[in-house]
Structure formats: C-alpha cells, structure tokens
Design a protein. Sequence first.
Length: 280
Amino acid sequence: MKFSNLLKGLAVSAVLITCATEAYAQLPLRTRSLQLIGSTSGTLTHEAAAATTSYTLTWPAAGVTAGNNGFLQSDPTGAMSWFLIPTGEQLVTVDANGAAGQVAYFTDANSLTSSPRFQYDNATGNMTLGDNTQNGTIILGDGSSANTGTINTATLTGARNYTLPDASGTIPVTTNIPSAGTAGYILVANADGTSTWTANPLANVERGVATPTAGAYTATITVTGTPDLTNDVILVTSYDTAGGGQVLQVTGVAAGAITVSAAGPFIGTERISWIWIPIP
C-alpha cells in the first residue's frame, strides 16, 4: 500500500470519528455518576437518587449579575433561575412560632414569635396592645434625647372609645404633666394647638342659698376657705318668697365668710342665692 493512500485512509477515519462523536454529543447522556475533576485535585460528583421520579432541570441562560450574590431556584417546569441577594445582605433560617392575628416580632437574630397581647386585624384595621393581665403601652422617643413619652390607660370600669380630631384639627399636646397624685387639673388649649395643664378653676366652686335676718341690712354667708375680692368671682342675688327682692352687693370677705349688704332692711321673706368661684 502506498504511503499516500495510508494517509488518506487515516484522514477519512478521523473525519468519521469526529462526525460520530459530534452526533453522539447531541443525544442524551445516560450515566449513574457524573464526575467533574478539579484542575489540581479532587472531584465533584453528581448522582441521582436511587429511586428518582423523572424530571428535567434547565439551567439559567446567564450567570449572576455583577454586584450581587444568588442561589438557584426552580419553577414547576424545572426551569432554574437566580434568586439575587444584594451585596451586604444574607439569607438566614428563621424559626417562627405564632398564631393568626398576632403580630410577629424577633426574640433573637433569627427567631420570630408572637403574643396575644400584640394583635392586628386586617379586616378592621384594629391593633390591640395588652390584655386583662397586662396594660398596653406605647413609648415614643422625642428624636433628640433619651427622654420618652408614654401613652397608656388607667384601670377602666368599662370599655372606652377615644376619638382624636379629624384631619382639620390638632391633637393637644402638653409637656407640663402634673406630678403623680396631683388632682383637679384640666387641659387648656393654646393658640398653637398644644395645651397646658391648669388647675381647674371650677374645682372649688361653692354655691348655696342663705336666709338673712329680718330687719338687718347685712347678711353673712358661710363658706369653706378665704374668698379674695380682688381675684375671685362672687355672685349674689336675692329673691323674695313673698314677691320683690333686694339689691345686694358684696361688702366684705374673711376666712370662712362673705358679707353681703342690702339697700334696705330685710323683711324676713328674702333668700340670697350665691356663687363663689375661687380663681387660682
């Protein structure tokens, strides 16, 4: 056989082998174990479960985009895609234990729980804090110091509804909260929409009806405390059970007494109606 013919035969054989190999590569590759050999050492082995339900996985068309990390996820058809994790973030396993309607909160870095004392009803928009053994409290930071403002409720004898102003109103806010044990204060609105705790000017109001002595020109009204003619409000008027009445004026005050004078002598059928409003 000539040498040239031998070379031609070898060339034809090589072409046939290449074509056969390329054609075989287009066919499914069936094997029990696929090993990828590391460039320097070790192998990565892929194996199917001993009893495998047939399915197909299709790899993503591209890798993870720059600046992200990710892991593979599959849809029901077996098409895999990248679930991206932004740089600086990570996935953690979260243990959860809760109940319907309760708001979840973390008890450590990766554990969630809930409590019947913290609930939210999506249907009504109602949020509930506390229960019949623990009062609900909202603590607000002022944004500039370690001081906080606390909102809670006292022990109630029945359910109460607290309605705040609508969008056109301003909720009164005050900073001069009276010390614990201070009673008789009311909120007085200021022009800027805030309010100030002020001693209730009507808390110590006294009123009544007195019967003057017949023939006298003055009458004494007994009160608790010491009236102040300069600052307090003292109102007196008279009516006569037999008709008519006297023109009265307050002419003096003292500890426990208000003196009222009339334009003429009392005839014994008059009554004095009086109100004393102490002004703090």
